[in-house]
Design a protein around this ligand. Structure first.
Ligand SMILES: [Zn+2]
Length: 378
């Protein structure tokens, strides 16, 4: 059976005592991250002064710094030791990313940031509850899906609505291939409907009007409060909950649609939306819709891999303007034109369905993957 690496995320509900331990470990993780970073940077400066090449950020070096820190700050000994190690691992990772990018720098972690986290090993799930090292009691969690595979690490996070979550990374998680349906589909991503299928089905767009309105109202309420006063904090928490709610609406929508697609079709082709944005309206500002498209494609891609379906991205350059029936290419097609009549074969096209049909044609004939071949239909 095919296996994959994946992660599971669950909400957890620590009691007061457990929450204190979580917060303490988050604090220690942050403390180690910041102190190891500060000491390493002093070392780099000194190396420059003395004219020798400093060692790269590595585990051995950072572990020695941690040992010293524990001497000066004995409270660190009370923390879960893997949390501290994983914290400097994160630091090493951050330095590597900055090194790879060739610019930027590693930032200190602020205690004022409501988003706090730590990573650990050796967690267990017992009777649907979470067992963390150094916490004797089990922590209730919303254990919606069973964890399958070998647990690697777990990350505990607190969001800005003061809710706690655990993300569990596993390897060797088995996936069953979905039943083959023999169906193929082309998908056009758009503004009016998030996705239009070559068979004419339209997903509609994500309904965010209501939550956006609530967010705007709450922002106004917040702006009238005295900063950092009691009512300010309350209003801010409420606002953060609304942001979270919005995220959930988007996530639910995208997951539902992408799962339905991989269940229904063996071959899935999606237009390259970066091109689409530029072509459909060059004045269109980068919107959140971009992010939805990006996430939609990301989910389709990995779900296709999991369930052994085929996923292809198609160059969208001419897909809107080409007649899917006869291949005639119209010269201009304004963004607000939703329907058009092909002058060559007289077919009435829904703009998006036509584009989706072309995406399917290009995808299945393979022409889209050769950049030199600009012709869509032979
Ligand atoms: Zn035509």
């Amino acid at each position: 059976m095919k296996t994959v690496n994946k992660s599971y995320k669950y909400r957890i509900y620590p009691n007061k005592e457990q929450e204190d331990i979580l917060l303490f470990n988050m604090g220690c993780a942050r403390f180690v991250f910041n102190h190891v970073k500060a000491m390493y940077e002093i070392y780099i400066k000194q190396a420059a002064n003395y004219g020798f090449k400093p060692l790269y950020a590595n585990r051995k070096l950072f572990n020695n710094i941690l040992k010293d820190l524990k001497k000066y700050y004995p409270f660190l000994k009370k923390a879960n030791s893997t949390v501290l190690q994983k914290s400097y691992d994160n630091l090493i990772f951050a330095y590597r990313m900055v090194g790879k990018a060739g610019h930027g720098w590693v930032k200190f972690k602020s205690r004022k940031n409501p988003l706090q986290s730590f990573r650990t090993l050796n967690i267990k799930i017992i009777d649907g509850k979470l067992k963390l090292p150094k916490i004797k009691t089990l922590m209730p969690m919303r254990y919606s899906r069973k964890v399958l595979g070998d647990i690697l690490t777990a990350t505990i996070t607190r969001n800005n609505s003061n809710q706690y979550f655990v993300s569990i990374n596993v390897k060797n998680s088995p996936v069953k291939g979905l039943k083959k349906t023999g169906q193929k589909i082309g998908i056009d991503l758009g503004l009016k409907d998030l996705a239009t299928f070559s068979n004419g089905f339209k997903t509609g767009k994500i309904h965010l009007k209501e939550v956006d309105q609530k967010i705007r109202r709450q922002q106004q309420i917040l702006s009238k409060k005295v900063e950092n006063g009691c009512n300010y904090v309350k209003a801010k928490t409420k606002l953060n909950r609304l942001y979270q709610k919005k995220k959930n609406i988007i996530n639910d929508f995208l997951h539902k649609k992408t799962t339905q697609i991989v269940q229904g079709y063996d071959e899935i082709y999606v237009g390259n939306v970066n091109n689409q944005l530029g072509l459909k309206n060059k004045y269109l500002a980068k919107t959140t819709v971009d992010q939805h498209w990006f996430e939609f494609k990301r989910q389709l891609k990995y779900k296709s891999e999991w369930y052994r379906k085929y996923f292809g991205v198609v160059d969208e350059k001419y897909t809107s303007k080409t007649c899917s029936n006869c291949g005639y290419v119209t010269t201009s097609l304004d963004l607000n034109i939703r329907q058009w009549n092909c002058p060559s074969c007289n077919t009435l096209h829904d703009r998006d369905v036509n584009a989706a049909c072309n995406i399917l044609t290009v995808g299945t004939t393979g022409l889209a993957f050769s950049k030199t071949n600009k012709k869509l239909v032979d």
